[in-house]
Design a protein around this ligand. Sequence first.
Ligand SMILES: Nc1ncnc2c1ncn2[C@@H]1O[C@H](COP(=O)(O)OP(=O)(O)OP(=O)(O)O)[C@@H](O)[C@H]1O
Ligand SMILES: [Mg+2]
Length: 142
Amino acid sequence: MKSLRDLGVGRQKSEGGARLAEPNEGSLKIMKKIEAVIQPFKLDEVKEALKSIGIDGMTISDVRGHGRQKGHKEIYRGQEYNVDLLPKVKVEMVVSESRCPEVLRTLATAARTGKIGDGKIFVYEVAEAIRIRNDDRGESAL
Ligand SMILES: Nc1ncnc2c1ncn2[C@@H]1O[C@H](COP(=O)(O)OP(=O)(O)OP(=O)(O)O)[C@@H](O)[C@H]1O
Ligand SMILES: [Mg+2]
């Protein structure tokens, strides 16, 4: 499997020669992407909780999905319909690895009602982040 360095992530020109500044130096620090699918009515509470611990950047989308109950049956005009995809909200954010546990705790606590369908959180490793305006890289770009 290719390493992050093979892919040119976090490369530094200091290897084998004079040390030259690289815009993405320092980006070998691991960043995590947290993707949470939550109940739409919990979005404001989740946003407030994340703001209170200093999380700035995030992406929100309206999505549809189902978990292991595969949606639920709904009655409409006396007919039973199988509503297999329910409206959910997806919250995505990239954070430093060191902040990840705190963000996960905060997010889950704010999104939890204890009932089925509360949602799910997935965590990924992120290879690079770039602030387009000034080419900040890695954690500096978050
Ligand atoms: N394995 C999965 N992969 C991708 N998305 C998922 C997965 N499981 C759940 N989701 C998304 O999360 C939403 C909420 O899932 P949900 O909370 O119902 O999960 P669950 O496993 O059924 O747990 P619960 O028993 O608490 O309902 C789904 O509507 C779907 O959008
Ligand atoms: Mg479910």
